[in-house]
Design a protein around this ligand. Structure first.
Ligand SMILES: [Zn+2]
Length: 159
């Protein structure tokens, strides 16, 4: 049964809806800047990842394909950050509840699928951008060390 999409019921919700349609959100831009500054400019944006059977899995916000490292930058409102636990919009509560449940479900489905395919998945929350980005730099640096000490892996990873 198709659900009707309610119109934006308040300026605040309206702004959030508009912000969400943009691919280059402010948090994503900030993370990308930290990555470039940190010496890891080789990422791809919205890179399509397929499974072994060629079926579409997802397009993470930021991907390092050679490293099999996928990064999601999550807005706390849309992806239901457990730390912020933001309230639901006041009207059309059922609609929003279902929508958010689907968002969260989709997020965990993507992550599980990627992990099964051997990817490292790192999620950065909007409310912990700086911390999440420096954790990501840590992962990238550890990977570098592994590549440097393991020639076989370096070849396998197409560096
Ligand atoms: Zn949050």
């Amino acid at each position: 049964m198709a659900m009707e999409v309610p119109g934006p019921s308040s300026p605040a919700v309206h702004n959030v809806m508009i912000a969400n349609t943009s691919k280059d959100t402010k948090p994503e831009l900030l993370v990308r800047r930290i990555l470039r500054k940190g010496g890891f400019p080789g990422y791809r944006l919205h890179w399509r990842i397929d499974d072994e059977g060629g079926r579409y899995v997802c397009r993470p916000d930021i991907t390092y394909p050679g490293r099999k490292l996928a990064v999601f930058v999550h807005g706390c409102f849309w992806h239901r950050c457990p730390r912020c636990a933001l309230g639901l919009p006041k009207s059309n509560v059922d609609y929003w509840r279902q929508k958010f449940e689907k968002n969260v479900e989709r997020d965990s489905r993507k992550e599980e699928a990627l992990v099964v395919l051997g990817w490292t998945v790192h999620t950065i929350w909007e409310c912990k951008l700086e911390g999440g980005a420096s954790e990501l730099l840590g992962i990238l640096n550890i990977q570098n060390t592994e590549f440097e000490t393991d020639d076989g892996m370096r070849q396998a990873c197409d560096f």
